[in-house]
Write a protein that binds this ligand. Structure first.
Ligand code: LLP
Length: 417
């Protein structure tokens, strides 16, 4: 295949149709997922720890499309759930109770019962939540989420460990924890942590894992140790950004785990909880250019990609690589700085500011890369806009709808009209 300036073209991302044809067939905006890439990422994550019992729990908050969940299950992934809604969709995808780990935050007794009735292991995120669980399930089993004191992430909003965070039980609280376990005769079967989202170097994850295993050796009944997610992907791939060195991480982590297991004296199942790594790169968001304007010296490209479809750039100033497709082909127009905006009634509705891109024309297709994680799952109906459709490009290049676009009836469904 001829090399172009388009990443998606060069890896044949869209299969048998081009983005223009896909938008004509399914409408715009449109989330497009590559089955091949999704399966590859599942496979990579399944091999993170070698030589000891290990499973990767797909963190479905990144993308809980039912078809993708079924594929993850086929690939042997287990899953973590943050809410009863996530538990229910996992059950629909065929995951068993044993394959689901409930890792919630500040939940009610009812939500805990929801998991207990299904015999799904719950991780408690505070001493208060341990107390609640003990009260409603005396003699039961649980896991606890520990704050290892080391955090990492691409934005302060996604750092979930360290000094300033709502997450986890501090390492200094283990004596109080033990008192609660004794009080309610609870069996501490698992400990988990999650330091934050999107690290590109193995260092912080390994450091947190080392601390975590030190702590783990204090508890004698553990069946499960979960190191959490956060594995980054190269959002700047068009500039040649390096990937996270997963091989190195895997070797070092497997060594750490091996040393721990040799000492611990009973068999433990190790886990990781990747969300973004599994889902981000399999997804491209397509939208259409509707209007162009110059304002105060800036060139604006007006599209249907409002922050209701992809919240990340507005919420975290996140970068997503963008490609312009013209007449069904990667655009070869001259590159100039342009600000790509959506159709939401807010001045912050900016997908990319002063980005150097081939000059866009009305009718062009915008392809936003690495949109598979925290894309659709964080989309909304803000401004009464319809959430996009999602399609899958199967490994043989054929496309199929895997979630229909919202309809206007969907917007009215909850009202008595
Ligand atoms: N486990 C727990 C307990 C988590 O809180 C998270 C993410 C994960 C696993 C998966 O993390 P991942 O491997 O995807 O980094 N919306 C933000 C990311 C928020 C992540 C929240 N927790 C974003 O779009 O960057």
């Amino acid at each position: 295949m001829m090399k172009t300036n388009s990443y998606t073209h060069d890896i044949d991302f869209f299969g048998n149709l081009n983005p223009q044809e896909l938008v004509e067939k399914y409408g715009s905006p449109l989330y497009v997922y590559s089955e091949k890439i999704f399966r590859e990422r599942c496979k990579e994550m399944q091999q993170l720890i070698q030589g000891k019992p290990f499973t990767s729990n797909y963190s479905i908050k990144a993308n809980s499309n039912l078809t993708l969940l079924k594929i993850a299950r086929e690939e042997g992934m287990y899953a973590d759930a943050m809410s009863p809604g996530e538990i229910l969709i996992l059950e629909k995808a065929g995951f068993s109770s044993e394959q689901i780990f409930f890792v919630p935050n500040n939940v009610s007794e009812d939500e805990m019962r929801f998991a207990i009735e299904r015999d799904i292991l719950i991780s408690c995120d505070s001493l208060d939540q341990v107390e609640t669980l003990g009260r409603i399930n005396h003699g039961g089993r649980l896991a606890v989420r520990i704050n290892p004191g080391v955090g990492a992430g691409h934005h302060e909003k996604v750092v979930t460990a360290g000094k300033k965070t709502k997450f986890g039980i501090g390492m200094d609280k283990t004596d109080e924890l033990q008192k609660l376990l004794d009080k309610y005769d609870l069996h501490l079967e698992g400990i988990n942590q999650h330091i934050g989202s999107l690290f590109m170097e193995p260092g912080p994850y390994l450091e947190a894992a080392r601390h975590f295993l030190n702590l783990a050796s204090r508890f004698k009944e553990l069946k499960l140790i979960d190191f959490g997610g956060g594995f980054g992907i190269p959002y700047h791939k068009l500039e040649g950004q390096e990937r996270l060195d997963l091989k190195k991480l895997s070797v070092d982590l497997s060594n750490l785990v091996g040393e721990f297991a040799a000492e611990y004296g009973r068999e433990v199942l190790f886990k990781a909880e990747p969300g973004r790594y599994v889902a981000a790169e399999c997804g491209v968001l397509l939208g259409q250019v509707h209007a162009l304007k110059e304002n105060g010296g800036a060139e604006y490209v007006g599209t249907d990609l409002g922050f209701n479809t992809l919240a990340r750039p507005v919420m975290y100033d996140s970068w997503h690589d963008i490609e312009i497709w013209h007449d069904g082909k990667p655009s070869t127009a001259e590159s100039v700085p342009q600000t790509v905006v959506g159709n939401i009634c807010e001045s912050g509705d900016i997908l990319a500011k002063d980005r150097v891109l081939p000059r866009a024309y009305a009718g062009d297709i915008i392809a936003v890369l690495d949109a598979g994680a925290y894309g659709y799952s964080m989309s909304s109906n803000y401004n009464n806009r319809l959430r996009p459709a999602e399609i899958l490009i199967a490994s043989d290049g054929t496309d199929r709808l895997i979630r229909r676009r919202d309809t206007y009836e969907d917007l009215f469904r909850q009202f008595d009209v």
